[in-house]
Design a protein around this ligand. Structure first.
Ligand SMILES: C[S@@+](CC[C@H](N)C(=O)[O-])C[C@H]1O[C@@H](n2cnc3c(N)ncnc32)[C@H](O)[C@@H]1O
Length: 222
């Protein structure tokens, strides 16, 4: 599914979110800056897709990071963007549930709009924790449920009725944009995801909601 939408993924993202997705990623970068700007920090962006978060991370850090995804066409698109932007970060193809990295080898692991797609959220959290050094930081940017009932009704209509039509027209894969609101509806709400992070061994877990709670950024330390 991701392979089929890769060629139009960025355009669909920016149009369907009215370009607010850039703000969500920039806010994520701002929240992890303390670790990100450490010259010795090893940073991995999981489920990187076409690499938008990686580009923002490298631009802020001024040096390279690592990027991974299990979808080859997404990585091809990411690599083309990295080259065009003269980025030095490296990508590798990998399942986020089985990362080819040593235990306690990373300082920062980020994931934007990819965590929701994992087949086992708890296993994903355990794998992130395994890869992080003591003191390391995990940042999960993901869709969530709006808290205001009036806005939730509007957003529900938009995401179930409008979004699949526009997303389908742009990408040619309407099923992918029908899957999107369904997967968001099934995804744990922000307090529950925070509880799952604590259960997986993260400490200092906190989350911040953005844009009426459409998305939430969860942060936790090892
Ligand atoms: C909605 S895209 C998000 C891309 C990007 N992070 C962004 O902010 O736009 C989700 C990405 O997660 C990847 N993905 C889903 N499950 C994965 C897994 N188990 N391992 C690695 N990548 C995965 C997909 O291939 C896809 O590129």
């Amino acid at each position: 599914m991701f392979g089929r939408v890769a060629h139009r993924y960025d355009l669909a993202n920016h149009l369907l979110s009215f370009n607010i997705d850039k703000h969500w990623r920039n806010r994520t970068v701002a929240e992890v800056r303390g670790v990100l700007r450490r010259p010795d920090a090893r940073v991995l962006d999981l489920c990187c897709g076409t690499g938008d978060l990686l580009l923002a991370l490298e631009a802020d850090r001024g040096s390279s990071c690592f990027d991974s995804d299990f979808c080859h066409p997404m990585l091809t698109a990411a690599n083309a963007k990295l080259r065009k932007s003269h980025c030095r970060s490296q990508t590798f193809e990998s399942d986020a549930l089985r990362l080819p990295v040593r235990d306690a080898s990373l300082d920062l692991v980020t994931v934007a709009f990819g965590f929701r797609n994992l087949t086992n959220y708890n296993a994903g959290l355990v794998e992130m924790r395994r890869a992080l050094r003591p003191g390391g930081l995990a940042a999960i940017l993901e869709f969530s449920q709006p808290t205001n009932p009036a806005f939730a009704a509007f957003y529900g209509f938009y995401s179930r009725r409008i979004l699949p039509i526009i997303g389908g027209a742009i990408s040619g894969a309407r099923d992918a944009y029908t899957y999107l609101p369904e997967s968001v509806r099934k995804f744990p709400d922000a307090p529950e995801l925070a509880d799952r992070m604590r259960a997986a061994g993260f400490r200092e877990v906190r989350f911040l909601r953005m844009t009426f709670g459409i998305v939430a950024l969860h942060l936790g330390r090892v």
